[in-house]
Design a protein around this ligand. Sequence first.
Ligand code: PLP
Length: 430
Amino acid sequence: MSELKFNTTEVLAWDLDRLDPLKSYRDLFSIPCVQEGEKSEEAIYFAGNSLGLQPKKVKSYIEKEIDDWARFGVEGHFHARTPWLSYHETLTEQTARLVGAQPLEVVVMNTLTVNLHLMMVSFYRPTMNRHKILVEAGAFPSDQYGVVSQIRFHGFDPHQSLVELKPREGEDTLRQEDVIKVIEEEGSSIALILLGNTQYLTGQAFDIRSITKAGHAKGCQVGFDLAHGVGNLKLQLHEDGPDFAVWCSYKYLNAGPGAVAGCFVHERHSKNSQLPRFAGWWGQNKETRFQMKPEFDPIPGAEGWQLSNPPIFQMASLRASMEIFDEVGMAKIRTKSDQLTGYLEFLVDQLPQGYCQIVTPRDLIQRGSQLSLRVKTQAKELQQRLVKRGVICDFREPNIVRVAPTALYNRYIDIYRLWQVLDHDAKNPA
Ligand SMILES: *Cc1c(COP(=O)(O)O)cnc(C)c1O
C-alpha cells in the first residue's frame, strides 16, 4: 500500500477500505450519530485525539465490577473475578508493550496533570545555577500552568526560569536542529526539558531519542507529555531513554472521559528510593502496605509513585480498550494511520487554493494521526458548518481545525466525505 497513488475518485476510498487489514475493528466501537432532519446518521468522527470512541465491550467490563461490588462488598478486593487489590497490574504488561517500556517502568494511575506534577516533584529539582524548564511555546494550557506553578513553588520566577521554544519567523513548527541547539547552548542552566509529543495544536512529533540524548549530555532531566502520542505514535520509551513520560487515556486510547492516566519512569530511577516524591500508601511495598507502618518503602519502579487505591470502574474501561490495542499492536496501527493521514493530506492539497493550509509537518516521522488545518474563515464557524453536515472534528481559536483520522475506527470513505464537505464549503463561501 505504501507505493499507492491517491486520486480524487470516491471509488478509490471504497477500494482502500476493502483492502484495509484493520477494517473489522470499526465494528468494535460505538459510532456516535448525528441528527439530519428526520433521520439519524453515523457521524464522521475525527475527534479521536480529543475523546476516543467507546469500545462496545466497555459496558460489560464496567458492569462486571458493579456486580462484583454488589456481591462481595469489601471482599471484592480479594474475591472479585478480577480482584481489585491488584487490578491495576492487569494493565501493566499491555501498557509496557504499548509505549515500548519494561513492565517495571509503567503504571496506570490518577489523571494526566496529576501525574505531570508528581513527576515534576521528583524530576524538577531546581538549583541557583540550574533552574530552567524548557517547553515548546504554546504548550497545552494545563502543562503551562503546571510548569509555571512548579517554578513558583520552588521560589523561582517564571520570567527567568521558563524557556519556550518558538518556531522560526514565518514557520509553524519547530525544527529539530533548533531544539537541539537550544539544549546545547542553554542546557547547563536547564533542569528539565518537557515537550508535548505529538504537539497538541500542530500535531508535530519530536524525536524523543535525540532530544533525550542532547538533554542528558547537558545534565538535564527529560520528560515527555504523551497525551497526543500514546496510542498514536510508535513509542520505545525504554530505549529512547527519557526520565519520565505521562499521558492520558481518553484521547487515542479510547478509555472514556476522565479515564485513568499513565506514567513511565525510566528503569534507571526504579530503585532510587532517595528521589524526593509525594508519596501515598499505594506506592508502598506490597508486603508491608497493610501493616500500616509509618516508614515509606516505595515499590521499585513506576508503581512506587502511586498514591491512592485505584478507580476500578475507570480501570475496567481502560482494560477493555487496551485489549484491542494489544491485539492489533502499534506497528499496524501506525501503518494504517500514515496511510489515512497521507490520503487526507493529498485531498486537502486538492482543495481550492488559499482555502486552508496544513500546519502539521509533511514529513511522516514528524507527525502522527493528525493534520491541523489553518483555515481562512473563523475555525469555530467552520467547525459548526461541519457538524451540520455530520462531521465531528475540533477547532482551536482562532483558526485551527484539527482532524485526527484514527486507525481503529476511521475509514477512507470518512476522509473522502470530509473532503467533499470542505470542498463544498470552499466553493460556497458562507
Ligand atoms: C489533553 C491534554 C491534557 C489534559 O490534561 P488532563 O489532566 O487529562 O485533564 C494535558 N496536557 C496535554 C498536552 C493534553 O493534550
